[in-house]
Design a protein around this ligand. Structure first.
Ligand SMILES: Nc1ncnc2c1ncn2[C@@H]1O[C@H](COP(=O)(O)OP(=O)(O)OP(=O)(O)O)[C@@H](O)[C@H]1O
Length: 415
């Protein structure tokens, strides 16, 4: 089921590891460093969604969060994690409605199985988590992934935001010879927080923080998600650690298509680029995978029928026409959102074009917002203004995830 899970934790490396462990469940996973920042995502949560929250954060604690959820009638399940267990905190957490209060060290053993059970218990059947895509472009990408998986080559997966780079990276790891070794997911957009947040009492240098991640992945795999978001300092550090690492690590990196422009412009180190692209796989945008559009839409229609207990049967001809013509600049992420809203809005068994609420213009206009390293700040400001401050819409216009938009706003100081 496409449930939503949010991890609210200022320990970025733990949050990323938790995200990786949960990614096989096929849920939409959000991450936040603060409670305040999570509220926008939480406003869209419902009973079947899940919150995993560190007990104590800089701007509040999990009990206060649960009170806020209550006041706003958001009935999702909350799991509280903590570095230091105390009876008082446990009692407060359970009183406020937490499903569990778990020591951070026991996340694998206790938290993950509980979430799996919760997700399993809520589903009516074993709905597949991902749809096996049929378009030529995707089949080519998946067969390349299977060909390279058993080798030790570093792989770069290139594609627009929302095309499904992360599941493909995960699939390469799953069928690789290193599948029994650790896999560490590093979200490059938040990597620079590692050093600041890893351990407030013993601040680390950026180099130490990256080296720690490489140690954790000993003989295994590191997934560098969205490498184009690495700061220049981080690029040099990763290159240095890669060159000097004795840990026999395979890198699977994902990047947006403008990474090649960044190499030409000099904003991304060519030495790092060629190190990670020993083998390149390109995942095409959804608009170029026409065969997949209605198949994915039907897949999510069935999925959201279950979630909302609806009985919608199909999209009518007008809806299909509009969906096929749409530009889908937010790719599968946007399609999921459009289908979800359409299923919710539909009153009968058929979705018509009236229920389709596209985030992005159907033709052409989205192109003006596509990000290039040189004019990111002005494009982001323009997209937010165009979307009347609606950040989900602005992220779709820009073809980036909500999380990436948040990172970039922070980087450029955009309110
Ligand atoms: N084959 C598939 N079947 C169903 N859903 C899919 C499939 N591939 C991806 N998705 C869904 O599409 C959404 C976007 O995928 P994902 O986050 O992997 O994109 P991405 O290319 O990594 O984007 P970004 O660069 O913004 O991180 C996710 O919710 C994911 O579950």
């Amino acid at each position: 089921m496409a449930r939503q899970i949010i991890i609210i934790d200022d320990n970025v490396s733990d949050s990323n590891e938790l995200k990786r462990l949960l990614s096989v469940l096929g849920a939409e996973i959000y991450q936040s460093l603060r409670i305040g920042m999570a509220k926008e995502d939480l406003a869209k949560f419902n009973n079947s969604d899940i919150v995993i929250c560190d007990f104590k954060l800089a701007d509040g604690n999990a009990v206060e969060l649960m009170e806020w959820l209550d006041q706003n009638n958001i009935g999702c399940s909350v799991f509280v994690i903590t570095d230091v267990e105390t009876v008082a905190d446990a009692v407060a957490a359970f009183r406020a409605g937490a499903k569990d209060y778990i020591n951070r060290r026991l996340i694998r053993e206790l938290l993950i199985p509980k979430i799996k059970v919760l997700i399993g218990k809520n589903s009516d059947d074993n709905f597949p988590l991902l749809f096996s895509r049929k378009s030529d472009g995707c089949l080519r990408a998946y067969s390349a992934a299977h060909a390279v998986a058993p080798t030790n080559l570093n792989v770069l997966i290139i594609g627009e935001s929302g095309v499904g780079k992360e599941p493909l990276a995960q699939e390469i790891y799953d069928v690789s010879m290193k599948s029994n070794k650790p896999c560490v997911l590093l979200d490059c957009g938040t990597l620079h927080y590692l050093a600041q947040n890893h351990n407030a009492k013993q601040p680390m240098t950026l180099l130490d923080a990256v080296a720690t991640q490489f140690r954790k992945a000993h003989e295994g795999t590191i997934i560098l998600d969205n490498v184009q978001l690495l700061s220049q300092d981080m690029q040099s550090i990763i290159l240095h650690v890669l060159a000097n690492s004795k840990h026999d690590i395979r890198i699977i990196a994902t990047a947006s298509p403008d990474i090649t422009d960044m190499v030409i412009e000099g904003s991304f180190l060519s030495a790092l680029f060629y190190k990670i692209k020993e083998f390149t796989i390109t995942l095409p945008p959804l608009r170029k995978c026409q065969e997949d559009i209605m198949l994915l839409a039907d897949f999510y229609l069935r999925n959201y029928n279950q979630e909302f207990r609806k009985k919608v049967k199909r999209f009518d001809a007008s809806a299909q026409r509009e969906m096929r013509a749409h530009s889908w600049s937010g790719n599968i992420r946007e399609l999921k959102h459009v289908v979800r809203v359409a299923v919710l809005k539909s009153r009968g068994e058929i979705i018509t074009s009236k229920e389709l609420d596209f985030d992005t213009p159907t033709t052409g206009a989205h192109v003006q917002f596509k990000l290039k390293a040189s004019d990111e700040k002005s494009k982001i400001t323009a997209a937010i203004a165009y979307a009347n401050g609606n950040l989900t819409k602005a992220a779709s216009l820009l073809g980036i995830s909500h999380r990436t938009l948040w990172e970039k706003r922070k980087k450029y100081g955009i309110a």
